[in-house]
Design a protein around this ligand. Structure first.
Ligand SMILES: [Zn+2]
Length: 68
């Protein structure tokens, strides 16, 4: 059973963005269980800038719907 829903795969990039539905907090990695939070990254998407989170342990990239 998947613990998170995998979003649309962007084949032009060398990483995959996993779309996550955040509840009260987003602190524990849904992939590997790492508990101490995430690195941030930003990516231009048209006129918006997506705020993405990278797990320091398994290096997966997560999108919880934040834009800057
Ligand atoms: Zn992880």
């Amino acid at each position: 059973m998947d613990l998170w829903s995998v979003g649309e795969r962007k084949h032009s990039m060398d990483y995959e963005i996993n779309t996550v539905d955040m509840n009260d907090e987003f602190k524990v990695c849904p992939s590997c269980g790492y508990k101490d939070g995430f690195h941030s990254m930003f990516r231009k998407e048209g006129t918006a800038v997506q705020w993405l989170f990278i797990c320091p342990s398994c290096h997966k990239v997560f999108d919880i719907g934040f834009t800057v």
